[in-house]
Design a binder for this molecule. Structure first.
Ligand SMILES: [Zn+2]
Length: 325
């Protein structure tokens, strides 16, 4: 188990180096082997990775968002729009994760778009976004009559493995539609990926059913869907979309929470800054560890790629260790 963390760290560093060395290259995930292949654009890393795992080399899968930007802060450029205009399909997470998609729909009304979160039970954004640290005592079950404006939806559906399993089916169907000739390949890879995800889900269920403590401290409010799947409780240092460092008041509240709940690890965003987490860790005498939301720097180059399943496995290991009190 230790090795996987070391391996992930290695790739994180590798990713950082690769980006600094050649930022322009990050976006180009195409193989360019076969210009005739249908082109599938995906919005950001987890969607790209799941789609690529199913498409293999049978389709040209690209990430619209460069893989080294923060997903919440990104918008497509004029060039991105031009690239999209010749795409066969755009796959997005939906649930307001890509607020720019309305712009795309307006500019390219004929572009086929697959919204993966469509039909899922979406969670409302918690109060944390608006009221910062004070909101932690609020009931997480927001009033049902809350209006469902875009900004009221928690967009982090992709961090639920249960959802990811559904994503795989939806992606498979869509890929088969644009290239029926290679349907068998898509079916086989989807089956394998679903199995991997189902095995990981079983592992999560087993690990967390044996834990008494349920609260884990996260860098930003991204883990509500994951927490819900396993009856856990996230304690976010930041709101839904912010990746800035937490303020002093938030840090102090987190230190108290660590002591009160016997939390042994605080998390920073995998690929992001760790200063806030380190401050808490030092004061509360606990450790720091990364949690991947896959919204930031995710290693994409190098000899061996790190996949959605690997990162969710790292999350499982680190969250469960933080509850080891
Ligand atoms: Zn987020």
């Amino acid at each position: 188990m230790k090795t996987i963390k070391k391996v992930l760290l290695f790739f994180a560093l590798l990713g950082l180096v690769a980006c600094q060395a050649n930022p322009a290259e990050n976006k180009d995930n195409s193989t360019d082997k076969n210009p005739q292949q249908p082109v599938v654009y995906t919005s950001f890393y987890p969607i790209y990775d799941l789609t690529k795992s199913i498409a293999g080399e049978d389709l040209d899968v690209k990430s619209l968002m460069p893989l080294d930007v923060e997903a919440h802060d990104w918008e497509p450029s004029a060039k991105d729009m031009k690239d999209l205009s010749s795409a066969d399909l755009l796959i997005i997470n939906g649930a307001s994760m890509e607020p720019w998609v309305d712009q795309v729909k307006e500019a390219l009304p004929d572009l086929k778009i697959l919204d993966l979160s469509q039909g899922l039970d979406l969670l409302n954004a918690s109060e944390d976004e608006h009221e910062e640290a004070d909101a932690h005592d609020h009931d997480h079950e927001e009033a049902e009559d809350h209006h469902h404006h875009h900004s009221d939806t928690d967009p982090h559906t992709f961090l639920s493995i249960k959802n990811a399993i559904q994503y795989v089916d939806k992606i498979n169907l869509a890929l088969k539609e644009i290239q029926p000739d290679t349907s068998q390949n898509f079916d086989q890879r989807s089956k394998d990926l679903s199995q991997e995800l189902t095995d990981l889900l079983t592992k999560y269920q087993k690990v967390f059913s044996e834990k008494k403590s349920k609260t884990f401290i996260v860098p930003h409010s991204a883990f509500a869907y994951l927490a819900k799947d396993f009856n856990l409780d996230q304690y976010p240092l930041q709101g839904l979309t912010s990746v800035d460092e937490p303020d002093l008041k938030t840090i102090q509240a987190a230190i108290t929470t660590c002591e009160k709940l016997g939390i042994t690890k605080v998390f920073y965003e995998y690929g992001g800054p760790s200063k806030g987490a380190e401050t808490i860790a030092k004061e509360a005498k606990v450790e720091t560890a990364p949690l991947a939301t896959m919204e930031m720097q995710v290693p994409s180059k190098g000899s061996k790629e790190v996949h959605y399943v690997d990162l969710m496995e790292m999350n499982l290991e680190n969250i469960s260790e933080s509850l080891d009190s």
